[in-house]
Design a protein around this ligand. Structure first.
Ligand code: MIC
Ligand code: SF4
Length: 640
């Protein structure tokens, strides 16, 4: 029987297990990437596991998230990452070189290889046919040491693309349409595999926009086949030798299928505060816009920037609009600087930011109170931009640029007669890798520098026989890791300082949570569907661990967060009967007797104020071992 592309890549990397959807498999990881906000923790764990030289084909440490360097904490983290990378055989991408996903696609990604990144948008690499997945830093550290990556064999959802996009309708609108259809939890446990006639009409950056935002579906990853377009892209990056032709077999089968007719799509937007709250721009047009932000790993490619520059050329943004643009990489910035497109942006009144995540993760450019901000980013969770009362709309670069000029949310097709957007892919990108530092050839001589901001990370104890405490908080569906462990300009400098971060845990839901958790010596969290969606940050598990959280009782979990909880020794329990969620309240007393045996059986009876509630704990054999040991570090130590 024929295989789809996902199955082919998994098969060629399979180390353990059978390729049956839902079953545990172990795969070999070829490449890893980290970024600074998850990287410090990943490398502290790499050191704790006494991993010497990395065993991957390529590992890269990027600095792109926190580049404000407003005080020593930030610089400490950067210095630590640079020196630890140097010592362990990891390439180091200096701050300013660009956003990890954009740079990795340009310079390192290889079709058919596996990539594990400590960032949820690692699936960007699926745009050139990589099996690229996000994971917690600890799993990435293990992969760097040559360890197998364990996961559940995903289902494969085929998205058949037909037709071709109309002018001013974009790849962003394609993924927003998929989000509209499938929702933010529609991809959980699945790889989204694109195919069909429409594929060849999309450039590599367009494909990468689509796979990048597959993270918002909760998918394991998303992937495109490779073709002439992929080859030309790699050639233009001087990396022709990295090309392999990859397609699904003609008789491949899939677990689910949907079709998206590119020709029928219209410009779309995700309204505040969820990426699946999707509407047609023409149906919500006219909203007055205060801020427009163009950039992020979703939409900051050379093609995106050139189109934006063409729209802005010779025009001016109105007084009430602040337009900020962050080109995705040094390569992109350099090319638009040389060809004059950057000047067109500056002329129009845009503020140009350095190549990095910036406003996407609340590192500056927080909108004013109650402001409307149009952004080409991938997540518009409440407060993520730095201003809780602001409303962030996710849009394409074309919609962003046109709306910035008009001052109101505007259907970009109104500019179709005025601007020619037929920008060609360059035959050669400008290549200058002088901001990528190769690792030391004499690693023994490298001193790893840890400044005072770098604190040890918490480690759990083995699962005890009896677990008890109170329900510290009860939260609703779709709680994000931005709720559990907020990230913004004030907190990002403390990603290697768990004690400091613990004072902010779950504060967007309840400002008293940290104090209550401390006063009670820990306890339980009660959540709804898709608990922990969004980022890969394992801080959303490490900080609750530090606060003594023993288990999370939820209707369902997001994939990466569930893995991070297990790696931290915190029980991810799912209501056998979702209606039981309604019977628990904050402050209820919770007891789990005979915890070890119950976890092993996969069924856990929880006593809530003495009343029995049935929970399920779905774990692979490996996960069970890790959880019962009190987390991954303990389980590795136990094996010696
Ligand atoms: C994000 O987009 O939420 C982040 C910031 O890139 C995170 C990583 C982090 O929290 O450091 C992600 O996507 O995993
Ligand atoms: Fe950076 Fe935003 Fe992309 Fe996360 S989503 S990697 S913060 S640009």
């Amino acid at each position: 029987m024929g295989m789809n592309l996902t199955q082919k890549i998994i098969k060629s990397h399979l180390v353990e297990g059978e390729m049956i959807a839902g079953e545990q498999i172990g795969i070999k990881i070829d490449q890893t990437l980290t970024q600074d906000s998850t990287g410090t923790m990943a490398y502290l764990q790499l050191e704790a596991m006494e991993i010497g030289q990395v065993k991957t084909l390529r590992s890269v440490a990027y600095i792109d998230h926190n580049m404000l360097q407003q005080s020593f904490e930030n610089a400490d983290d950067h210095k630590y990452i640079q020196t630890v990378a140097d010592k362990h055989g990891i390439y180091f991408s200096k701050p300013g070189n660009g956003i990890c996903h954009q740079v990795h696609l340009e310079r390192f990604g290889i079709p058919g290889q596996t990539l594990l990144g400590s960032d949820s948008h690692t699936p960007t690499g699926g745009g050139i046919g990589m099996l690229a997945m996000g994971a917690g830093g600890l799993d990435v550290a293990v992969a760097m040491g040559g360890g197998t990556y364990y996961m559940n064999m995903p289902k494969v959802l085929k998205v058949e693309l037909t037709g071709a996009l109309k002018p001013f309708v974009t790849a962003k609108d394609v993924i927003l349409e998929v989000l509209r259809v499938l929702s933010v939890k529609g991809g959980v446990g699945k790889v989204i595999e694109y195919c069909g006639e429409g594929v060849k009409t999309l450039s590599v950056p367009e494909r990468a926009t689509i796979t990048n935002m597959g993270a918002e579906l909760g998918a394991t990853t998303s992937i495109f086949p490779t073709d002439e377009t992929t080859l030309s892209f790699l050639k233009a990056q001087d990396r022709e030798k990295d090309f392999t032709l990859l397609t699904a077999d003609a008789d491949a089968t899939y677990d689910e299928e949907i079709t998206v007719d590119l020709s029928s799509l219209e410009p779309l937007t995700a309204l505040p505060h969820s990426p699946d709250n999707v509407k047609k721009v023409k149906d919500v047009k006219g909203v007055k816009v205060d801020q427009v932000m163009i950039g992020s790993c979703t939409n900051s490619s050379y093609l995106d920037m050139m189109k934006v520059a063409r729209i802005l050329k010779g025009k001016t943004v109105p007084p009430h609009v602040s337009l900020v643009i962050a080109p995705g990489s040094k390569q992109v910035l350099n090319m638009i600087a040389r060809n004059g497109a950057l000047a067109d942006m500056i002329d129009a009144g845009a503020r140009i930011l350095e190549s990095g995540c910036g406003p996407c993760i609340g590192m500056g450019q927080a909108p004013a109170s109650d402001a409307v901000s149009l952004r080409t980013i991938n997540r518009n969770f409440k407060g993520r931009c730095g201003t809780t009362s602001a409303g962030v709309y996710i849009v394409s670069p074309e919609t962003a640029a046109v709306s910035a000029l008009e001052g109101f949310l505007t259907d970009p097709r109104t500019y179709a007669d005025k601007v020619d957007l037929s920008v060609q892919m360059p035959e050669k990108f400008e290549i200058n890798d002088n901001m990528i530092v190769s690792p030391s050839k004499t690693p023994d001589e490298v001193e790893v520098i840890k400044g005072p901001n770098i604190k040890p990370f918490p480690v759990n104890v083995a699962t005890p026989e009896k677990i008890e405490g109170i329900a510290l908080i009860k939260v609703e569906d779709n709680i994000t890791t931005d709720h559990i462990m907020p990230s913004n300009a004030k907190l990002l400098p403390f990603r290697s300082n768990i004690p400091h971060l613990s004072d902010y845990c779950l504060t967007p839901c309840d400002p008293e949570f940290p104090a209550r958790a401390k006063a009670n010596g820990g306890g339980f969290i009660v959540g709804g569907e898709n608990y922990g969606q969004g980022s890969s940050r394992e801080h959303a598990a490490l900080v609750p661990l530090y606060l003594g959280v023993k288990a999370v009782l939820a209707k369902s979990f997001a994939r990466i967060h569930k893995a991070n909880l297990i790696n931290s020794g915190i029980l991810p329990l799912v209501f056998a009967n979702p209606a039981d969620y309604d019977t628990i309240s904050a402050d209820d007393k919770i007891v789990i007797e005979n915890a070890v045996e119950q976890v092993k059986s996969g069924k856990v009876t929880v006593l809530v104020n003495g009343k029995e509630i049935n929970m399920i704990i779905e774990l692979t054999d490996k996960e069970q071992e890790v959880l019962l040991a009190g987390g991954k570090i303990n389980s590795i130590k136990m094996k010696g």
